[in-house]
Write a new protein. Structure first.
Length: 169
C-alpha cells in the first residue's frame, strides 16, 4: 500500500491525500539575521542601511570609503538609536517602504516635491560612499571598496546577499 503526503486542496480548502499526478512547488530561501547593538554615538541607524561589526555584537554604519567600515555584516531590519538592539539581515529578502530605501540611497526625503521611488527591480546594489548609504553604482576610485549588497526584486524588496569587500587600489 502506497502512502501519500497530506495536502490542502486549493479549490475546496479541505485536507486530502496528494495524488501521483499532483505537483508540489516549494520555494525556500534562508534568511540570515542576528540581533546586534547600535554602536553609533550620534547617528541613528535607519532601516535598510548597511552596517559593519565594530566590536563584539555591536554595529556601526558602513561606508565604502574606509576599509574597516566596508566589512558589511548586513542591512538594518529596523531603525535604532545609539545603544539600542537592532536586527541585522545578512541574506534573504528584505522588504521596506520606498521611502526607507530612498533614505538608504541618500535621497533627500524632506525636499519639496519629494515622491518615493524605492529600488529599481533587477538592479544590483552596492555599499555607497557615505555612512549607511547604498548605491546602484559601485565605487570606482582608489582607496574605496566594492561590496555587493544584493539585487532589487521590486521597489520595496531587496534579495540581500552580501559579498566580501574588494579594495580598489
Amino acid at each position: 500500500m502506497e502512502v501519500y503526503p497530506l495536502v490542502m486542496d486549493k479549490t475546496t480548502g479541505q485536507v486530502r491525500e496528494m495524488q501521483p499526478s499532483d505537483t508540489l512547488a516549494v520555494y525556500s530561501k534562508e534568511v540570515d539575521f542576528r540581533n546586534m547593538t547600535s554602536d553609533e554615538t550620534i547617528n541613528v541607524i535607519k532601516k535598510c542601511m548597511p552596517v559593519y561589526v565594530s566590536s563584539a555584537d555591536k554595529v556601526k554604519l558602513g561606508n565604502a570609503t574606509a576599509p574597516v567600515s566596508s566589512k558589511i555584516r548586513g542591512l538594518a531590519m529596523k531603525s535604532a538609536n545609539p545603544g539600542v538592539v537592532i536586527p541585522v539581515q545578512g541574506s534573504g529578502a528584505l522588504s521596506a517602504t520606498k521611502q526607507e530605501w530612498d533614505e538608504a540611497l541618500g535621497v533627500d526625503i524632506n525636499a519639496v516635491g519629494y515622491s518615493p521611488i524605492g529600488l529599481t527591480p533587477g538592479v544590483d546594489y552596492f555599499l555607497g560612499l557615505g555612512e549607511g548609504r547604498i548605491s546602484a553604482t559601485p565605487p570606482a576610485s582608489a582607496g574605496q571598496t566594492i561590496v555587493y549588497l544584493g539585487t532589487a526584486d521590486s521597489p520595496e524588496t531587496m534579495d540581500v546577499d552580501i559579498d566580501r569587500a574588494i579594495a580598489l587600489s
